[in-house]
Design a protein around this ligand. Structure first.
Ligand code: SF4
Length: 249
């Protein structure tokens, strides 16, 4: 359809930039707390159209904190499951409500929606502003609901480095041991957004850098922003297949 997207195999939605955390390492910079979020109907329509033309193997929802808008996340993942997308991921900090019943209900519905890779961001940075207790509770509900879940810590310098942040992260991970949740490899913080502002001393290269940047001539992941922006267009104003057709790097 468009040679610059011939290897497209992933769709991702930044559901919202609103967040319950204020992390020092956040790549999005200071979160403005905007309530803007992707429209579920537009997202579902785009997934259906893209899947009709491309072999999408992975769909990811993240934020901000995507579970501030759980109904949207459910709708997106139900569609992904229905269309046979194999990997259906949510990245969450696990803290989106103070209401225990609500947290349990969201975990159950995530399982029913077909989420099969729940990545829980827990580490020294998240837990500076996000209380651990409700996150532990949500993790327990997720385990009980049968959702495959992994802890996804952010490491500073490397997972092996013994800086004070990593030492605290290891303590936090130990708090999850009774739940027997596997620890994923996590990610090493890169110099971008808040990380560049607050953790500069830990980076040898102070140039802004992101390992997640796409090659504009070989787009493999179609990324939707909360305001509908995708590639060089906007999913609220144009059909996603036209946006793909008209894309130029
Ligand atoms: S929880 Fe995630 S999106 Fe929210 S401030 Fe922390 S790193 Fe940023």
């Amino acid at each position: 359809m468009n040679e610059y997207l011939k290897n497209l195999n992933k769709i991702e939605f930044a559901v919202t930039m609103a967040c319950t955390g204020r992390c020092k390492h956040c790549q999005n910079g200071d979160q403005a707390g905007s309530a803007e979020h992707i429209d579920a109907e537009t997202a579902v329509d785009a997934i259906r159209k893209v899947c009709a033309h491309y072999p999408i193997g992975t769909l990811m929802t993240f934020g901000g904190e995507p579970l501030l808008y759980p109904e949207t996340v459910f709708a997106i993942h139900k569609t992904a499951k229905e269309l046979g997308i194999g990997t259906r991921q949510v990245i969450t900090n696990g803290y989106f409500t103070k209401n225990e019943e609500r947290a349990g209900a969201v975990a159950r519905e995530l399982a029913e929606s077909g989420v099969n890779d729940l990545l829980l961001s827990v580490d020294a940075f998240h837990q500076e502003t996000i209380p651990l207790e409700p996150v532990l509770r949500f993790a327990g509900y997720a385990v009980k609901s049968g959702i495959p879940i992994r802890l996804q810590p952010a490491w500073l310098v490397s997972a092996e480095d013994d800086n004070p942040y990593n030492i605290r992260t290891r303590e936090i991970l130990r708090a999850f041991a009774p739940l027997r949740i596997p620890v994923g490899e996590g990610n090493v913080i890169f110099p971008s957004g808040n990380a560049l502002k607050y953790l500069r001393e830990y980076f040898t290269d102070a140039e802004e850098f992101s390992p997640y940047e796409e090659d504009p001539k070989d787009i493999r992941s179609l990324s939707f922003a909360p305001n509908g922006d995708v590639l060089n267009g906007n999913a609220y104003r144009a059909d996603i297949l036209e946006i793909i057709r008209d894309y130029r790097p």
